[in-house]
Ligand binder design. Structure first.
Ligand code: ZN
Length: 279
């Protein structure tokens, strides 16, 4: 990965984009592709489309979703603690004790709290906490104090910035799916350079919205563009870890660590087959 792509990836990760609140990342994507794409549009739902050869009759669509899993404040109590719901699916066990950003009038630091272990009943030790057992403390002294900075409906993300892990890997928030979006942005930049794409092929590269709550953006964009062929890049699940001495590995992951997802190729002429029944 060159420095331009790495800087863009870091910027994508730093920008918050829980489903329905994708504007900061959408702005970054637009600004990046505008010098290279022949046409850039944003639809009513918020999907950003960068197109090379927009007039071509053969349409190829690439989609990487811009949104990420997050939370949303749904109640502020008398003491100024924030109670929250999830945007998309999360594992509650990974949220306890995390620092978070709450996006109110300005970005506010908070921490997710749970009752102290010293106060546990024996039943507490056996139960997995639910979201109702957690709250966000932003250091407010009262509801009125909290409402000066955040409000019901404020989106929230985990505070987990981009960092290199062991020099070769990276760790950070929302790699699902800022990586897919990065690949799309780089496709636009590299294909536009030197006019590498055949003029009869229209390439529609989308940053889509609301994937984490039902792939809503990609569905809308698909109807709008009506592509002949479409490709979406998203994350696979990490399965190369150990649980009590057992190495867990998905059947779709090869010994070399490659992921082989399910693929649909509805247009026969785009596929190749070596079996004797096909010519
Ligand atoms: Zn995803």
């Amino acid at each position: 990965m060159d420095d331009t792509a790495l800087d863009l990836w870091k910027a994508f990760v730093a920008a918050p984009s829980p489903s329905g609140f994708e504007q900061p990342v959408a702005r970054l994507y637009r600004n990046y592709v505008e010098p290279f794409a022949h046409k850039v549009t944003t639809d009513v739902l918020g999907n950003v489309s960068a197109v090379i050869n927009p007039e071509a009759s053969l349409r190829f669509m690439y989609a990487g979703h811009m949104d990420e899993v997050g939370f949303i404040v749904h109640h502020i109590d008398e003491a100024g603690f924030l109670f929250f719901s999830t945007i998309g699916g999360t594992d509650v066990a990974t949220e306890i004790g995390q620092r978070v950003w709450v996006y109110g009038a300005e970005r506010v630091l908070g921490v997710i709290g749970r009752k102290a272990i010293q106060t546990f009943q024996s039943s507490d030790m056996m139960q997995t906490p639910t979201l109702k057992d957690l709250w966000i403390d932003i250091g407010a002294s009262s509801r009125e104090d909290a409402e000066r900075r955040v409000r019901i409906g404020s989106p929230v993300t985990i505070e987990a910035e981009f960092a290199l892990l062991g020099g070769r890997l990276a760790v950070g928030r929302a790699f699902d799916n800022k990586v897919g979006l990065l690949i799309g942005a780089e496709l636009v930049r590299r294909l536009a350079k030197d006019n590498r794409l055949h003029p009869d092929v229209g390439f529609h590269v989308l940053g889509t919205v609301q994937e984490e709550i039902g792939s809503r953006g990609a569905k809308t964009a698909g109807f709008n563009i009506a592509p002949h062929l479409a490709l979406a890049i998203d994350m696979g699940v990490a399965m190369d870890y150990h649980v009590r001495g057992q190495r867990i590995r998905a059947r779709s992951i090869s010994a070399e660590g490659r992921v082989y997802p399910k693929v649909q190729l509805p247009i026969r002429s785009f596929s190749t087959c070596s079996c004797e029944n096909c010519d």
